[in-house]
Design a protein around this ligand. Structure first.
Ligand code: FAD
Length: 333
């Protein structure tokens, strides 16, 4: 039978595939995006009219935290190879009117080459990772799973549950699976990148903007990446983002006015862009680390599992699903 298949090359899919490969089962990994990374997304600046073209900006996840020994080992390896680094444990807290306090918390980690580079590095350990492949259907007959007409020994769907739900044939949806898939609501986010000619704000790493109807968070991408470039990334309040998903750029005037007020900016950015994340973050997550169908080797992993929703839990979910799928595949041989 053809190879086991992992759909989704975000952190959960790549963790799943690596766990399978380490156990001796090499899967094919496919993703519909042009590059791996999923929501750990970084874009390269181009045609900004500033000196920062060619620089990478994180436009998805802002950072990650580490609490489990399993993920700690992965992160320590990235740090040892200068791919990731501890960024900060202090964020500013602001209201709509300006900065109020600085609060300490867990260490947040960032990536020197942008968060996507961590997934690209991990994916480079796998022989078969194909991008620009949009999977449209997962069904089954009496003997095997079938993905877009191809028979598969095992299938892991590593993506937001709402996206997985659309792929799975109704004949495979037990009432409990249907409830698991539809029971999680995702918040949208619009990420606004603003590139300035030079820094025109007081130093900060990241800033939570509480109770503001326009933005919830501003990351200082220059501090995050460690090059001090004057680049900010703001996240739009999910309620406002939901109203602008069809035309994300329409939030720009409001976001720039709010950033300007909160940070007391003394000049305007030279270049701005808005990126839409329809399924940015699940509002709740299942406690189970992953879902595995009772009858077939069809699994689900991602940040809606393992007590998500964050980078670390998505990694753990994919990793544990990969170990289990490999164990069952090897047992069935
Ligand atoms: C704006 C934003 C800010 C965030 N901030 C943080 C943060 O600060 N800290 C933190 O820990 N987490 C944060 N998160 C959450 C974090 O990014 C996610 O929890 C994590 O990246 C999820 O990884 P994943 O592999 O489960 O899913 P994804 O990264 O979404 O990967 C799923 C992959 O599946 C692919 N795919 C989907 N459907 C198909 C299909 N039909 N065919 C083929 N491929 C398909 C997609 O292209 C995608 O690459 C943030 C997320 C967003 C969007």
């Amino acid at each position: 039978m053809s190879a086991a298949l992992v759909v989704g090359a975000g952190i959960s899919g790549i963790a799943c595939a690596i766990a399978m490969a380490e156990a001796g089962v090499i899967p094919l990994v496919v993703d519909r995006g042009r590059a791996v990374g999923g929501r750990m997304a970084s874009r390269t600046l181009r045609d900004t009219g500033t000196a920062f073209d060619g620089r990478v900006v994180d436009i998805g996840a802002s950072y990650f935290t580490v609490s489990t020994p399993e993920f700690r080992a992965v992160v320590d390896d990235w740090i040892a190879r200068d791919l990731a680094r501890p960024w900060t444990n202090s964020f500013h807290v602001a209201s709509s009117d300006g900065v109020e306090a600085v609060r300490s918390g867990p260490v947040r980690y960032a990536a020197n080459g942008g968060l996507r580079s961590l997934i690209a590095d991990s994916a480079s350990k796998l022989p078969n990772v194909w991008s620009s492949i949009d999977v449209t259907s997962v069904s089954a007959d009496d003997t095997s799973l079938i993905v877009d007409g191809e028979r598969r020994s095992a299938v892991a769907l590593c993506m937001p549950n709402a996206q997985a739900h659309r792929l799975i044939d109704t004949s495979l949806l037990s009432p409990s699976l249907e409830a698991s898939l539809t029971g999680i609501t995702y918040e949208p986010v619009i990420a606004v990148t603003a590139v300035f000619d030079q820094q025109c704000w007081e130093d900060f790493d990241g800033m939570f903007v509480n109770d503001d109807p326009v933005i919830t968070w501003i990351a200082n991408d220059g501090s995050r990446r460690g090059d001090d470039a004057p680049v900010l990334v703001a996240h739009v309040n999910p309620v406002l983002a939901a109203r602008h998903l069809d035309e994300p750029a329409s939030v720009l005037p409001l976001v720039l006015a709010t950033m300007s007020r909160v940070l007391s900016l003394t000049s305007q950015p030279t270049w701005v862009d808005a990126h839409r994340w329809t399924y940015a973050k699940p509002m709740t997550a299942h406690r189970e680390p992953f879902h595995l169908d009772e009858h077939r080797l069809l699994g689900l992993a991602g940040d809606a599992w393992a007590d998500g929703p964050k980078v670390e839990t998505a990694w753990l979910s994919g990793h544990l699903l990969g170990e289990e799928l490999a164990r069952r595949l090897l047992d069935s041989e």
